[in-house]
Design a protein around this ligand. Structure first.
Ligand code: GTR
Length: 394
């Protein structure tokens, strides 16, 4: 009831422009980003060793404490079962496996359902794309009775990759009243802590449990998994890849605020807006930064940096100003400094590329697609190109 009231008041304030969302580049107030390379000791990190031993762990803790919450690493039991399979799926070009993954802790079990297609007739093991599906389950249909550009499985199979997906609701229902009803049943202490994980943390946790499965499937090359997410799923894909270095690459499509976009830059969605509409996504501590971005000891360029030296592909859509394309591109640019420590030269241009002019080149790739907030077969074509470039060079 209280939440409904807060959202109602907030919507009224928004519509009366008492809380204005800024869409005017000229009105972005000046801001100072926390320095990704400056450790809490004030020492500026200049090599991989100090990055990995000092600054990286500091930043990971900052995100856990202030944004996404803790990431529990232990559980009592892990089991998986192939519930259904079809060796002649997609007219014979793919082998479908539907896998039920059951993880138990404190006598509570969460079941995560994985849909996986593996290309037939090529040498195994194969690399795979894994989608954190935040849209309808029909987008990842195992029977292929519905085809969707959001998860164009045939296109990915034709490119020689396995393609997999799980639905966020299996890990944490995407609703403020029921998000507890999944992974969080296994970790009830998280619900009481200011730095306790919520839905986005639970989705990222689930992505790692799918990775545990990939390590047990001989058809899959678990060292070549591209974790992919759109929007809220793209926030989770970044957080999961930052936490779990087993993911070889990360795709964060139109992830916007608290995804790849900078928060200190006031354009489009704000921390206050996201925490008000989605109070169940981030740790409670994050609410301290509502309308208080300048107090944040971190920003999202530091999240991208946590994934270095592994490649990251970030996108925007031209009509999706809510997700702040410029602030997203700037965040990726800032992360170049950490890739530089690994002697990885980024090919990104100095300013945001033109619409439909993808910069497909690891380690940092970017494009802004013409159109609305979505993930389409055009986007996937670029992700595949980027994965081909990276995996074929190794
Ligand atoms: C919006 C939200 C965004 C983004 C999006 C989505 O309403 O404000 O941060 O996550 O939903 O997930 O599609």
């Amino acid at each position: 009831m209280r939440n409904v009231f807060i959202i109602l008041v907030y919507s009224i304030l928004l519509s009366t422009e008492l809380i204005a969302q800024n869409y005017d580049e000229a009105k972005v107030p000046s801001y100072i980003l926390p320095d990704v390379l400056k450790a809490q000791s004030e020492k500026v990190v200049t090599n991989v060793k100090d990055w990995e031993n000092i600054r990286r762990p500091e930043i990971l803790t900052l995100f856990e404490e202030n944004v996404y919450g803790q990431m529990p690493k232990t559980f009592d039991k892990y089991e998986f079962k192939i519930k259904n399979e079809n060796k002649h799926s997609m007219n014979g070009k793919a082998h479908l496996k539907e896998v039920e993954i059951a993880v138990t802790n404190h006598n509570q079990t969460v079941m995560i359902h994985l849909v996986l297609f593996v290309p037939t007739g090529i040498k195994k093991p194969v690399p795979a794309f894994l989608l954190i599906n935040n849209r309808g389950k029909n987008n990842t249909s195992p029977t292929r009775d519905t085809l969707s550009g959001f998860w164009p499985a045939e296109q990915v199979i034709d490119a020689g990759y396995a393609v997999a997906a799980f639905h966020v609701n299996d890990a944490a229902p995407d609703h403020k009243d029921s998000y507890q009803n999944g992974v969080l049943r296994l970790y009830p202490e998280q619900l009481k802590a200011g730095n306790g994980m919520k839905a986005i943390g639970a989705w990222a946790w689930a992505a790692s449990r799918i990775m545990d499965y990939f390590e047990n499937d001989k058809d899959i090359d678990a060292s070549k998994i591209v974790l992919t997410g759109h929007s809220r799923g793209g926030k989770a894909s970044l957080w999961a890849a930052a936490q779990d270095s087993r993911f070889a690459m990360c795709v964060s499509n139109c992830s916007g605020n608290t995804g790849a976009a900078l928060s200190h830059r006031r354009f489009g969605e704000t921390i206050q807006a996201i925490n008000t509409t989605f109070p169940h996504w981030f740790a409670d501590n994050y609410k301290k930064f509502n309308d208080n971005e300048s107090a944040l000891p971190l920003d999202q360029h530091m999240l991208v940096s946590l994934i270095a030296p592994r490649p990251v592909y970030v996108t925007n859509a031209s009509e999706d100003l809510w997700a702040d394309p410029v602030g997203t591109f700037l965040s990726l640019k800032e992360a170049e400094r950490v890739y530089g420590l690994y002697k990885l030269k980024s090919a990104l241009p100095e300013s945001i590329p033109a619409i439909n002019m993808p910069f497909v080149k690891p380690p940092l790739a970017y494009h802004i697609r013409e159109g609305v907030h979505d993930m389409t077969s055009y986007d996937w074509a670029q992700f595949i190109k980027n994965a081909d470039l990276y995996f074929k060079s190794r």
